[in-house]
Write a protein of this length. Structure first.
Length: 116
């Protein structure tokens, strides 16, 4: 996992993809239909979101959202963006993340939200 500055894609773009403003952490996953690692990522992200209060998982079909794919620089699937409560992309994970990777990336965002 590595943090990649993506810029401010805009609240409207993220909202169109299903990101709800104010949600402490959204795991925004870009997938494609015949991608086996995407299925594993869906399970991992879904479980983490179910375990942690304030974390939501949203899966997006990359082929159906090509404008967003281009705007966010998605080059392969799965790609997971961690979006904070302010709608800012805090981190990006390309490839199937391990549960520990997600937890490590999420923890500071939840801590920051608790301090706010």
């Amino acid at each position: 996992m590595r943090e990649v500055p993506v810029g401010e894609p805009g609240v409207a773009l993220l909202a169109d993809l299903g990101v709800v403003p104010g949600t402490p952490v959204t795991l925004l996953q870009f997938s494609s239909a015949f991608c086996a690692p995407c299925r594993a990522t869906r399970v991992t992200c879904g479980r983490v979101a179910a375990e942690l209060a304030g974390v939501r998982h949203v899966e997006v079909d990359a082929e159906s959202h090509l404008d967003a794919v281009r705007a966010l620089g998605v080059w392969r699937t799965p790609t997971v963006f961690l979006v904070d409560a302010n709608g800012r992309i805090a981190a990006r994970i390309t490839g199937a993340p391990r549960r520990e990777q997600l937890l490590t990336a999420i923890e500071p965002l939840l801590t920051r939200e608790a301090r706010a």
